[in-house]
Design a protein around this ligand. Structure first.
Ligand SMILES: Nc1ncnc2c1ncn2[C@@H]1O[C@H](COP(=O)(O)OP(=O)(O)OP(=O)(O)O)[C@@H](O)[C@H]1O
Length: 361
């Protein structure tokens, strides 16, 4: 096993107007499950492919276990890469699927069989080796995917959207056997996903990418509680954070009936005269404050547990939508006027509207 270090890793595809991966410096700890997340096209796959040696680097370097592998052939890097979906061949048994990386390298049949058995036992699927992937459950299929990834004893495993297209329902995805197995095996793993929910539930640490750059690196709680940029705030959470632009005068940001006093450090850090106030849906309440934000309900969605109410407000002549998680009390009808207040004790997030960076708390 090994740690991984990207230093200024950069990849510019021919004809592209900006780098796909743009000066990424990132340390992945030995034995860690690091989730790379961010919107589609943010550079997750390209970064993994650079680590695996499948994509050249235009600048920067990548080190595995302290060794620069820039000139090391992909099959000598000790990186195992699993692409989208479970990627198990349906017509082959689980035994054959796990053995594939060995048979492709012409290992002797005897040693391959012994290694497959060993890995299957390690992954808790020895009883299913003769089954076809479609005839076993979700848990076994994920474990078989991981078994195939580690059969050649890699130093690092890369999983690129392993659940995409797998038909795994969202409610099951948080209970990830891949993540559970990774914790048992403690093999350094990079896991790319567009799903902030997957990232939140399985990661030791999350790296949020946007436009090829790492926006923030931290534990799920750190990143969720204190998003470093507007891009991270928008991306993480279901629904994403409400963001409202407010003008600042005399150290106070005002929008609708909402007034937020900036600390002196925040005021001196601000590069312009506008902030973006971030409020999570669960931190807003309907009809809580007479001096709250006046808005009109435009959409009400029943989640089964509560309601997500979208209310439209006008800010400087422009429409802006806020989503409120509404768990109790009368549900407003579409078209109804409402007043939105910030719940007592709720965390408000302040960002510099000029550069999108979080203001110091
Ligand atoms: N082979 C390629 N040639 C040209 N451009 C590419 C190539 N591969 C990726 N890109 C571009 O590089 C950027 C990053 O793509 P990448 O696939 O790494 O992002 P991603 O975050 O993994 O997205 P997704 O989640 O959709 O897979 C995108 O703008 C994409 O269009």
């Amino acid at each position: 096993m090994a740690d991984v270090r990207f230093l200024d890793a950069t990849r510019v595809f021919h004809g592209a107007w900006r780098p796909a991966v743009d000066g990424v410096s990132l340390d992945v700890r030995d034995g860690e499950l690091l989730v790379l997340t961010g919107p589609s096209g943010s550079g997750k796959t390209t970064l993994l492919r650079m680590l695996a040696g499948l994509e050249p680097m235009d600048r920067g370097s990548v080190l595995i276990g302290g060794k620069d592998v820039g000139r090391t052939a992909p099959d000598k890097r000790g990186v195992s890469m699993i692409f989208q979906g479970f990627a198990l061949f349906p017509h082959q048994s689980i035994r054959e699927n796990i053995a594939l990386p060995l048979t492709m390298r012409k290992n002797s049949a005897k040693s391959a069989a012994a290694r497959v058995q060993q890995v299957a036992e390690l992954c808790g699927i020895a009883d299913h080796l003769n089954s076809k992937p479609d005839s076993v459950g979700y848990d076994v299929r994920q474990r078989a995917t991981m078994a195939r990834a580690i059969v050649r004893r890699p130093e690092v495993v890369c999983l690129d959207e392993p659940l995409a297209g797998s038909g795994v329902p969202l409610m099951m995805r948080g209970r990830s056997p891949i993540a559970a197995l990774q914790r048992e095996l403690r093999i350094t793993t990079l896991y790319a996903t567009c799903s902030s929910i997957d990232a939140w539930t399985i990661a030791d640490r999350i790296a949020v990418l946007d436009s090829g750059r790492v926006q923030q690196l931290g534990t799920p709680a750190e990143v969720f509680d204190k998003p470093a940029t507007i891009a991270v705030a928008q991306f993480l959470g279901q629904p994403g954070m409400n963001l409202v632009t407010a003008a600042v005068s005399d150290g106070v940001a005002r929008v609708g009936g909402l007034a937020v006093a900036l600390t002196s450090t925040q005021a001196s850090t601000l590069t312009g005269r506008r902030v973006v106030i971030g409020i999570r849906a669960e931190d807003l309440a309907i009809g809580a404050e007479a001096d709250g934000i006046r808005a009109t309900t435009v959409l009400v969605r029943d989640t089964g547990r509560d309601y997500l109410v979208t209310a439209r407000m006008m800010v400087d002549g422009e429409e802006s939508d806020l989503v409120v998680r509404h768990a109790s009390g009368p549900v407003p009808a579409k078209g109804e006027s409402v007043v939105l207040g910030v719940r007592a004790g709720a965390a408000l997030h302040l960002f510099d509207a000029g550069n999108g960076v979080r203001l110091p708390d």
